[in-house]
Design a protein around this ligand. Structure first.
Ligand SMILES: Nc1ncnc2c1ncn2[C@@H]1O[C@H](COP(=O)(O)OP(=O)(O)OP(=O)(O)O)[C@@H](O)[C@H]1O
Length: 366
């Protein structure tokens, strides 16, 4: 099932700054990491189970080039245990490529990625035990029903007897797929398939979940249910990396997000942090009653706080771009009042998350 792209299409490592090499030192030795597990993997027993505090994802200077296309271009970030990290970017940004590398379905051109400390390059088998992957495309299987499908993957992960039975029951219940357990997969709707795919990712109780656009094609109710499932999994200590084109879709459930375009990570942090980092995120509207011909020069004195390119004076109404921060709003009002302007009304509007996304990305496609 594992597929590696032809590495001959990737540029030689020498094309990438050799100074990077010292920064991509291997993680802790696998044996040490394995010893820290609460239960170790064995070929006959169930898959390894980790202590919750060990769950983490880390991308370290990850690169993946396909000829001249820099699908992933020097990306680093980490996700802590129990955190939900939203990976946001337009089409062709490099989300799936990074996720496929994390899921050990592809190899980086340079750099490395770690799941619970295991390297995708050095310890792919251990990574697979730690991780459940929900790809964006789901293959169909003729004459297999949902229960059989999940049972197949449970067996593949080494689950046996009562444990396998219990796990299957839990997964069908958690994903709301009980009612379709005996339905053939080929007849499932998109939303049903997504539930089943989520079930497959969860069947071996992995510490880390990688979900590639799980909400694509779902109706509004199914999207809400998906968000609830993700929040519950995070509460149970799972570390989750989830991709989407849409920032607003993930803002509520993500502890942090990374915005990616053309393989580069353009911004990372909590949604609030990213919003605060972007300049001129708001518009200040003032109704000024006097000395209207002097307002522009008075605002000019605050040029470091305002976006004066977006200054518009229409009668008594003054509109100007600003950071969106309350402190800056107060500074503008205090400044004008102290100079004798009569301010009758103050209104501030913040840009939406969609505006932030559009401001961070440029809509470039490789
Ligand atoms: N196997 C491949 N061979 C050649 N180019 C590839 C391959 N896989 C991905 N790419 C290219 O890498 C870039 C990133 O693609 P990727 O699928 O990772 O983007 P994405 O952010 O997941 O996009 P989408 O939201 O459309 O799924 C694109 O330019 C794509 O054409």
């Amino acid at each position: 099932m594992t597929h590696f792209d032809d590495s001959s299409t990737a540029p030689a490592l020498s094309e990438i700054d050799s100074a990077q090499e010292s920064e991509t030192s291997p993680p802790l030795a696998s044996a040490e990491r394995l010893a820290s597990l609460t239960t170790t993997a064995s070929s006959s027993g169930p898959p390894a189970v980790h202590s919750e505090t060990a769950a983490t994802i880390e991308l370290r200077r990850l690169h993946r080039f396909f000829d001249k296309t820099k699908a992933v271009d020097d990306i680093s970030f980490s996700v802590g245990p129990g955190q939900v990290f939203g990976y946001i970017g337009p089409n062709g940004a490099g989300k799936t490529t990074s996720m496929r590398i994390l899921a050990t379905l592809d190899l980086p051109t340079y750099g490395d990625a770690y799941v619970n400390g295991f390297s995708v390059i050095n310890d792919p088998e251990l990574v697979r035990r730690e991780l459940g992957f929900m790809p964006d495309a789901f293959g169909t299987y003729r004459n297999v029903n949902c229960r059989e499908y999940l049972d197949f993957f449970a067996r593949a992960y080494g689950l046996i007897g009562r444990e396998r039975h219990e796990r299957l029951k839990w997964v069908l219940g958690f994903t709301g797929a009980e009612g379709m357990a005996n339905k053939p997969i080929r007849g499932l709707s998109k939303g049903m398939k997504q539930r089943l795919c989520m079930g497959r990712a969860l069947i071996h109780d992995p510490a880390v979940l990688i979900l590639d656009e799980p909400a694509a094609g779902l109706d509004p109710r199914a999207r809400i249910q998906l968000r609830q499932m993700i929040s519950e999994l995070a509460e149970r200590g799972k570390t989750i990396l989830i991709s989407s084109h849409i920032l607003t879709e993930l803002a509520e459930i993500c502890d942090a997000v990374g915005i990616i375009e053309q393989g580069r990570l353009l911004a990372t942090g909590s949604v609030d942090e990213i919003q605060a980092e972007q300049q001129n995120l708001g518009e200040l509207k003032l109704r000024v009653l006097n000395r209207l011909d002097e307002v522009a020069s008075a605002l000019q004195q605050l040029h470091d706080k305002l976006d004066l390119d977006n200054l518009l004076i229409d009668g008594q109404l003054v509109r100007v771009g600003f950071s969106g921060l309350l402190e800056d709003q107060a500074t503008v009002v205090t400044h004008l009042v102290s100079q004798g302007f009569q301010i009758a009304e103050v209104n501030a509007s913040k840009k939406s998350l969609e505006d932030v996304f559009l401001q961070v990305t440029e809509g470039l496609v490789q």
